[in-house]
Design a protein around this ligand. Sequence first.
Ligand code: PMP
Ligand code: GLN
Length: 410
Amino acid sequence: HARRLEGIDKNIWVEFTQLAADYQAVNLGQGFPDFAPPKFLQEAFCKAVSGGGLMHQYTRAFGHPSLVTILAQLFGRLVGHEIQPLEDVLVTIGAYQALFCTFQALVDEGDEVIIIEPFFDCYQPMVKMAGGKQVYMPLRPRGGSNLSSGDWVLCAEELASKFTAKTKAIVINTPNNPTGKVYKTEELQVIADLCIKHDVVCISDEVYEWLTYDGAKHVKIASLAGMWERTVTIGSAGKTFSATGLKVGWAIGPSRLIKHLKTVHQNSIYHCPTAAQVAVAEGFQTEYDRLGHPESYFQQLPTLFTHKRNKLAACLEIAGLRPTLPEGGYFMIADISSVSFDSDDSISQDEPLDYRFVKWLIKKKGLAAIPVSAFYSPEHGKEVQNYVRFCFTKVEEKGLQLIRHRYVSL
Ligand code: PMP
Ligand code: GLN
């Protein structure tokens, strides 16, 4: 095998999704809604697949014209910068491939990439495969009760100390997976100032951009002064329309950067499935015309998820798992330090506490979650092994009942 694959063969989703399936556990681990996407999206998809020959054939390499056009229109409005659909947008196989193209296109052997912890796990192997060196910058709990994801903060001086002459890029993720942190403008400004000062690219993973709660506001770092020119913003139709199986994503940024992502894309994937792109384009058109109105899905979904979030938090509290209330996204982390559990012989004692807890939870209680140290570098994972992550974008009954009754009573 190629050397660049060394040390990255394990994958948390492969491992825990399989374990959850083996034990037929209720899956509050992997992040996807277990309910149908909105009718208008389903109908758009049906229409696309039944829509004659062209929808079943190749299309433009870098994105179907209808999709890049509406993405440019919508995001141009949000960022406050005119976006050229054919130059500044690349449609990808989910946000995953947008991330992969970005790292492959922009990171060279020996370049340093700053990754803010906790981070969506794939950033680490993707930087490695590009030959880059990961430099980790942990968010730190503010101290005190840490009951909101907003209590996880970046230390500006510490972040500044991570920038060197070799720094090529910084990856941020807001709303964050797994904490739910939604970066405030002031926090983004600290990052932006450092990017500008050191001529660094910002890779901004915003797949949960429409999902913020309790008045938290999603801010695009590309909208800050001087940042459009140096930011690649990544999004996901799967998260936007509760249809994670669609695997339509995108990268948006200045053509001087996006053109290199296109080189990776044209030589690996070439283009994404046509019908799925057309369906997403139509979904966005529907939303564009009613943006900010109560009937907008982008208004309704956060309301639904706020309700689900609050219910899960209440259940976790009853079970003695102290939740940190997320301001955005799909997930909630919870502190497991005050619960005792007996991990048996099938669970290695060498594993971190959160891994052992989740394996026990799946095998003995029929409930799947994800250990939070999986979202950290090996160096820093030890500091967070008291946390596990739950996904709350699920039909409530099964998971909540398990936590409330089965877990609590044993
Ligand atoms: N980034 C983050 C933060 C995620 O949680 C995910 C998982 N959906 C992705 C990227 C990948 O998204 P997609 O399913 O569109 O490939
Ligand atoms: N983004 C989702 C999560 O964090 C799913 C990741 C995956 O399935 N690879 O749970």
